[in-house]
Structures are given as structure tokens and as C-alpha cells.
Design a binder for this molecule. Structure first.
Ligand SMILES: NC(=O)c1ccc[n+]([C@@H]2O[C@H](COP(=O)([O-])OP(=O)(O)OC[C@H]3O[C@@H](n4cnc5c(N)ncnc54)[C@H](O)[C@@H]3O)[C@@H](O)[C@H]2O)c1
Length: 438
């Protein structure tokens, strides 16, 4: 039994067992308490903020051993080793002598899985190498920056038979999974439309140094490109709500961007007119709006919104023939359930009632416990050498939006969206969050 499952959590609601009785067994199994003689050996490449965070979550699972860590900076790798020693008495080997040292880690590490939390430009290359070496990659977002690399990920996973998962954590959120249960019960009717956003002001900390306004590594993308730089957290849950790659497929994307005002304005406000980033030309517009169409006549609107001052929001909205769910309002309206005609009611009771099985025990840790649930399910797949909870086709679709939105903005017209399943979407059954995986 893992550390986590020993703890006592109060189950909120009746929904897990209730849902197990529903057609098609709508919720997933949890084999995490099986006894295992051998440890699951995991390597971490990129022990910066996110890689360290994920490593801490993995250390909560009894049969996980962190056997290797790798970073460009020795002190970050050293810090990761100290955490492993202090929390679980584990002693991972350090790889830190060059930009390509991760190859040695994958060659020598005898790993079952690797977490890739490096800068964006190396995600796909490392994941491909991992699969070629029989290692499950768990890739931070986005899994790839180009459509070509997305194809390579899907085709290499098919060729090597090694599942590949992008660690798109918001797909595992408690509210989003409850909404998914309700979609699968038909409570919103036939789904036709969804809106989503990544509304997160990252100018004041993630793209630039908080204290100096100097570039961090991702700032160069804002100089060079105008596109949805970070679409995965917004569109992640939408893919399963809309059965993308499992009965439907995205056919087209049309993106448009506003002017770029937010970064210069922030730098001027915070550091004065003389700051180099207050006058610099950034290609990246403040708001990117992408419209995606599907073969079965659904639409998705995605907003990139990471450069203007605002509270965090994902603004998920989901609409079907029987109702509408609005995450930002914390509200839902179901024509066959809601007590008052065309009036919103509170979402929260629905989230409790239709709680997904993955959340039955509750969770703690990063992002309200969502990161642990995601990693626990990833490790459950690695442990049995089975399919990962979020597959390579969905990872490719989410990541391809980065490059395709930029091409569409540049051409000022819609561009075709590749079918990474090569037609398999017609027969593939929904899998995300279910017992049986197509
Ligand atoms: N899912 C989420 O909620 C979430 C949150 C934050 C960041 N992220 C993602 O995590 C990734 C890392 O972001 P971060 O904020 O941790 O950045 P960071 O700068 O804190 O960490 C990245 C680390 O990767 C290391 N690195 C880069 N290239 C490397 C290479 N070739 N070999 C070894 N190490 C290498 C760097 O030295 C650095 O320590 C990004 O892809 C980002 O988009 C995801």
C-alpha cells in the first residue's frame, strides 16, 4: 500500500460507487495497492521548479524509486538528490555535465519511466529517445513544439509499443473529471461546443525574472513567435468531453491575435521606461483566440491569455443539447434537472455527486492534489506495463496547437489540423478515465 493511500481522507459524496454501476463502467480502476517486489525505477530530467515538484509527488508512492536525476545545473541536481535522501532515503545518480547528458541517463539508468521537465525545445527529442530505449516518457507540457515532432511521437510510440504521456494535469482535476462523468451519462445531451482559456498572468514571474524583469528561458518564444504558446491546460479536459480522437477528430484551426501591449506596459510600470523590455518588440500578441472545428460539427474556442494583469482562470464552458456547464461561474444549467427554467444552479453539489473514482480517496499536494492523481495513474500504467491514462494521440493534438495557431495567425486563414490517429478515431472508444482503454 502506498504512503498516500494509508492516510485517511473523508470521502466527499457517494458518486464513485454509484457510477461504477452505470453503463459501460464509467470510472477507472485503481491498482495502486498491489504488492510489488521490485521498485519502479524513475529518472527525472530537468530538476528545476516543475521537475522537483513532480519528483516530490512521486516520492509519496511506496514502490517508486528515483534512481537518476539530470539537470544542466549541478546545484539543482544536487538539491533533488538531497530531497530524495531526506524524504525516502533514496540516492539517485546525478547526470549533469552537458546539454546531452540526459542520453547517458537513458542509456545507463535501467529505468522504467522518465519524467521530462526540461525547457520546451528538448521535450520531444528526449521522449523519442526514451521510447526507443523501452522507457515510458512522462513529458511536461507541451510534449512537442512542431507538428513534425508530434508525428514522430505518435509514430515512435506505435513502432516501439511504448506508451507516451504528456503530463497535462488539468485533465485530472476534480471538477473536470466530474464534468466528464456527467457528459458520459448524457446529462448535457449531445455536446456541440466548448470554450476554454489559459488566463494566467505569467509576465510577472514565469517568462521574466520577478525582481529584475530580465528574460527567463521561455521569454525568447515571446520575441520570436505569435501563437498560442501554452494551449494544453485549457484544451486538455475538452478533448475527452468532446470525444476527440475517439469518435470525432479536429479538422481545422483558425487563430487570430491581438497586438502585443501587455509586456511593454508591465515592464514600464514595474521597472521604468529605461528597462530594455519596456521598449523591446515582442511578436507575441496578448490574447490569441483559436477556433477549432471537428468532423462531427463541434467547435472549440481557446484563448491564450498570459500577458495581461488578471486573476487566474481557465474559463471552461461546455454546451450540449440538454444544458451548459460554466466553470468560471461555478454554475450549471440542465434542462431536465435544474429546478428553475433557464436559471443557473450551483455546480458544487454536482461535483460531489458525480465525483470521479480517481478522486474517491481525495488527494493532497501540488495543484490541489491534481498532480498526485495524474502521477499515480501514470505510475499505475508503468507498473503493469499497460496503456497510459492520457495517450500519445491526445498529447500530440494538444501540442500541435502551438505551431498550427502560429501558422494560422501568419496566414490569416484557417489551416487543416492533422489526424494523428490516421483514421483510427472512427473506431476508437473513449478511454480517458475509464477502466477499459481502447
Ligand atoms: N503542468 C504544469 O502545471 C506546469 C507548471 C510549470 C511548468 N510546467 C512545464 O514544466 C517544464 C519546466 O518548467 P519549469 O518552470 O520547471 O522551468 P525551470 O527553468 O524551473 O526548470 C527547467 C529545468 O530544466 C533544466 N534543463 C533544461 N534543458 C535541459 C537539458 N537538456 N538537460 C538537463 N536539464 C535541462 C534546466 O536547467 C532547469 O533546471 C516546462 O515545460 C513547463 O511548461 C508545467
Amino acid at each position: 500500500m502506498n504512503n498516500f493511500s494509508r492516510r485517511k481522507f473523508i470521502k466527499s459524496g457517494v458518486s464513485g460507487s454509484l457510477l461504477l454501476g452505470l453503463p459501460g463502467s464509467l470510472v477507472a480502476g485503481y491498482p495502486g495497492t498491489a504488492d510489488h517486489e521490485s521498485k519502479i525505477k524513475v529518472g527525472i530530467i530537468g530538476t528545476g521548479n516543475r521537475g522537483t515538484w513532480l519528483m516530490r509527488e512521486l516520492l509519496k508512492i511506496d514502490d517508486v524509486e528515483i534512481t537518476a536525476v539530470c539537470d544542466l545545473y549541478q546545484d539543482r541536481a544536487d538539491r533533488a538528490v538531497s530531497i530524495c535522501r531526506d524524504t525516502r532515503n533514496q540516492n539517485p545518480q546525478i547526470y549533469s555535465d552537458s546539454k546531452n547528458t540526459w542520453k547517458k541517463l537513458l542509456d545507463n539508468g535501467k529505468l522504467d519511466a522518465v519524467i521530462i521537465a526540461t525547457y520546451w525545445d528538448s521535450h520531444a527529442e528526449i521522449a523519442l529517445y526514451a521510447m526507443e530505449n523501452g522507457i515510458y516518457p512522462g513529458i511536461e507540457v507541451p510534449a512537442a513544439l512542431t507538428v513534425d515532432d508530434c508525428w514522430q511521437l505518435t509514430e515512435t510510440s506505435e513502432k516501439t509499443n511504448i506508451p507516451c504521456m504528456m503530463l497535462e494535469n488539468w485533465s485530472f482535476r476534480r471538477d473536470n473529471l466530474a464534468a466528464l462523468n456527467m457528459v458520459r451519462l448524457g446529462m448535457l445531451g449531445e455536446i456541440v461546443h466548448s470554450h476554454c482559456a489559459h488566463s494566467h498572468d505569467c509576465i510577472d514571474h514565469w517568462f521574466f525574472d520577478r525582481n529584475t524583469g530580465e528574460d527567463r528561458w521561455a521569454a525568447e518564444y515571446l520575441v520570436r513567435y505569435n501563437r498560442d504558446q501554452y494551449p494544453t491546460h485549457s484544451v486538455g479536459p475538452v478533448l475527452s468531453w468532446l470525444d476527440i480522437n475517439c469518435g470525432d477528430v479536429i479538422t481545422e484551426i483558425y487563430s487570430t491575435a491581438t497586438a502585443s501591449k501587455g509586456i511593454n506596459a508591465y515592464m514600464k510600470r514595474q521597472f521604468g521606461e529605461g528597462h530594455p523590455n519596456a521598449k523591446r518588440t515582442f511578436s507575441q500578441g496578448d490574447i490569441v483566440t483559436s477556433l477549432l472545428k471537428t468532423k462531427q460539427g463541434k467547435t472549440i474556442v481557446i484563448n491564450y491569455d498570459m500577458q495581461l494583469p488578471r486573476p487566474y482562470s481557465n474559463r471552461w464552458m461546455l454546451q450540449g443539447t440538454l444544458g451548459i456547464y460554466d466553470e468560471e461561474k461555478g454554475s450549471i444549467y440542465l434542462t431536465e434537472n435544474s429546478p428553475r427554467y433557464h436559471q443557473w444552479e450551483l455546480w458544487q453539489p454536482y461535483e460531489e455527486k458525480y465525483l470521479h473514482k480517481w478522486w474517491e480517496e481525495g488527494s493532497d499536494g501540488g495543484h490541489g492534489g491534481t498532480d498526485f492523481i495524474m502521477l499515480r495513474e501514470f505510475i499505475n500504467a508503468v507498473r503493469v506495463k499497460g496503456p497510459v491514462p492520457l495517450d500519445v494521440y491526445d498529447s500530440a493534438v494538444m501540442s500541435a496547437i502551438v505551431e498550427l495557431s502560429g501558422i494560422s495567425i501568419q496566414k490569416n486563414k484557417p489551416v487543416p489540423f492533422p489526424d494523428f490517429t490516421k483514421g483510427k478515431w472512427k473506431d476508437r472508444k473513449p478511454y480517458f478515465g475509464l477502466d477499459k482503454i481502447a
